[in-house]
Design a protein around this ligand. Structure first.
Ligand code: PDD
Length: 279
């Protein structure tokens, strides 16, 4: 049985129902988080909750009544579900309105929905020698508030679908020659032992994994810069990685038709970081 949580109840996946008048369905009027669970414990939960709170403030969506109970609810849901490692998906929409209206009724109460599925082991953890990711570069088609973790992901879905049809593993978005981020991840590159990632702005999501990787680098005394990353430089990088809560750190081997000259994992920084990911 797969358990979910809706507003105030734990219900099975088969029983869960949300009205089509929910503004999340009608307008994509909602925000979300994806939280990794290892050995039934949420990883970097406080950071995810803080970002969720920020997304609510920026969209003017109310905090659900159970806001303070969210960590407890996640723990309970994780216990009910089958896997030791899970990916928790938590969505808050502005709620169910009586009619479709762009202007939200302030009386509407938000909808809180949480579900979880198996978090598969990062394949580069199981076997670091497997080929790195092949990614497609696309001009970033998204809106100007990518810092909000909004459920409105149509541009990302179209991009990933296109890349998948072409046999690619992912997408890196680029805005007038500058790398922004992946379609569901952040991007890092290494040049002469210097690690570079795009700075926080309204053009990228401030990834929890991105911040975690930056703090791992700082603890190791490895220099990292948050500065603009140009596409032309990316082709010449020693290493390129994608990071996210579900991917952790994964190396890129091919960008469009250009092969990144990869070193063996034991000589690569991405592998060193992956090895010390939980410390
Ligand atoms: N996506 N950028 C985008 C556009 C993302 O969708 C994500 C994560 C990230 C990485 O953020 P974090 O390290 O906090 O997971 C960056 C999640 C995993 C998803 O939508 O499934």
């Amino acid at each position: 049985m797969n358990w979910t949580y809706l507003n105030k109840d734990f219900i099975t996946r088969e029983e869960v129902k949300i009205s089509p008048f929910d503004r999340g369905f009608l307008f994509g009027d909602g925000v979300y988080e994806v939280i990794p669970i290892y050995e039934r414990k949420a990883f970097l939960l406080e950071e995810h909750i803080a970002r969720l709170g920020r997304s609510l403030v920026l969209t003017g969506i109310k905090r659900p009544k159970k806001w303070n109970k969210i960590p407890e609810i996640i723990d309970n849901l994780v216990e009910r579900n089958l896997f030791d490692n899970q990916s928790v998906y938590l969505q808050i929409t502005r709620g169910e309105d009586s009619v479709r209206n762009h202007i939200p009724d302030p009386k509407v109460e938000p909808t809180l929905f949480i579900t979880s599925s198996e978090l598969k082991v990062n394949p580069y953890r199981l076997n670091p020698e497997i080929k790195g990711l092949a990614v497609k570069i696309l001009e970033d088609p998204r809106w100007d508030r990518c810092d909000i973790k909004a459920v409105t992901l149509l541009s990302n879905v179209i991009a990933m679908r296109e890349a998948n049809i072409e046999g690619k593993d992912g997408v890196i978005f680029c805005n007038k020659g500058k790398i922004t981020e992946g379609a569901s991840s952040n991007v890092f590159a290494v040049f002469d032992n210097l690690v570079v990632t795009s700075p926080e702005s309204n053009q990228i999501l401030s990834g929890i994994t991105r911040k975690h990787v930056l703090s791992l680098l700082s603890a190791k005394g490895i220099k990292a810069l948050e500065k603009d990353l140009n596409l032309v430089d990316l082709y010449k990088a020693e290493e390129v990685w994608m990071t996210s809560s579900t991917q952790e750190i994964q190396p890129v081997r091919k960008i469009d038709e250009i092969i990144i000259k990869t070193k063996s994992p034991k000589d690569s920084l991405w592998f060193e970081l992956l090895t010390s990911y939980f410390y």
